[in-house]
Design a protein around this ligand. Structure first.
Ligand code: SF4
Length: 279
């Protein structure tokens, strides 16, 4: 089955409402240094297409219970570089339109702008992830993803087309992207909902962070050593983490935007994942 119940890696602190998920591609070439899919997908930064995805998906959609949402995607990005050329996600969206699927889209690309004609006829909400609006830092963190500026511009177009839009500021990295939080939030001031999440490291993402930012990690890692270990992830110390979340929440709510947090054991309203925005 390509459409599967969302299983958030058995995360203890996940508060997601029940939904289904579909990964149009296997792997993701945005190659974010902090990415966690590398811990369970071999060669995760090499994108592969799926065998007979479209006919199989159509068979699954015939029987799909339309009360539920399908999220694109949680173990990949629906718009890796190759999507511009292959247009498989576009074909999936056409199928969704045909079968009246309710869809929650999340991406680090601006290519969804090409598909706004279909998306505006779908029951869907579109979200982008922006860790920082600092283009230099974003390039280091997410080397192959389109720039934050391009993502935000595309999301504004979706908003203008009347599609509900949301964002994730995720991960928040202390002493790094957290320094730009106010600017990032200002640039996202037009969205309805923002979900935040602090950096959670796994052994492989920790290795990549050390390889890319040796000096900075020399400063950051001692903090994680004093932190918690939750479900295979290194978390920041609880007090430190909650302080970031409280501050982020206050700033987001002040802008009239609803607040969600992801796998933090912290509150979210109305949902942690923005799924309340799907019509
Ligand atoms: S966009 Fe998401 S799935 Fe793709 S590399 Fe980055 S964190 Fe991983």
């Amino acid at each position: 089955m390509y459409i599967r119940p969302f299983d958030p890696w058995k995360a203890k602190l996940c508060t997601c409402p029940f939904k289904y998920t579909l990964n149009v591609y296997t792997g993701c070439d945005h190659a974010c240094v902090y990415c966690y899919i590398t811990s369970y997908i071999p060669n995760a930064f090499r994108v592969r297409t799926k065998d007979n995805l479209l006919p199989k998906l159509e068979r699954e959609l015939r029987k799909f219970d339309k009360r539920y949402i399908i999220a694109l995607s949680y173990s990949s990005d629906p718009y890796p570089t190759v999507e511009r050329k292959l247009g498989i996600t576009r074909k999936v969206l056409e199928l969704f339109r045909g079968y009246g699927v309710r869809c929650l889209l999340l991406t680090k690309s601006d290519v969804f702008e090409r598909d706004l004609d279909i998306l505006s006829e779908l029951k869907c909400a579109i979200g982008i992830t922006v860790t920082t609006v600092d283009e230099r830092k974003a390039k280091l963190l997410e080397p192959n993803a389109p720039s934050p500026k391009a993502r935000i511009r595309a999301l504004k177009k979706a908003n203008e087309a009347g599609i509900p839009v949301y964002a994730r500021i995720d991960p928040i990295i202390p002493f790094y992207t957290w320094e730009d939080f106010d600017e990032t939030l200002d640039a996202l001031g037009f969205v309805s909902h923002i979900t935040v999440s602090t950096l959670k490291l796994r052994p492989d993402s920790k290795r990549r962070m050390f390889a890319k930012f040796p000096e900075f990690m020399g400063k950051l890692w001692p903090l994680y050593e004093r932190g918690e270990r939750i479900g295979g992830y290194y978390y920041l110390p609880r007090k430190f983490r909650l302080k970031i979340l409280e501050e982020a929440e206050e700033k987001i709510l002040k802008k009239g935007i609803t607040f969600g947090s992801c796998r933090e054991g912290y509150r979210s309203f109305p949902t942690c994942d923005g799924s309340h925005l799907v019509p």
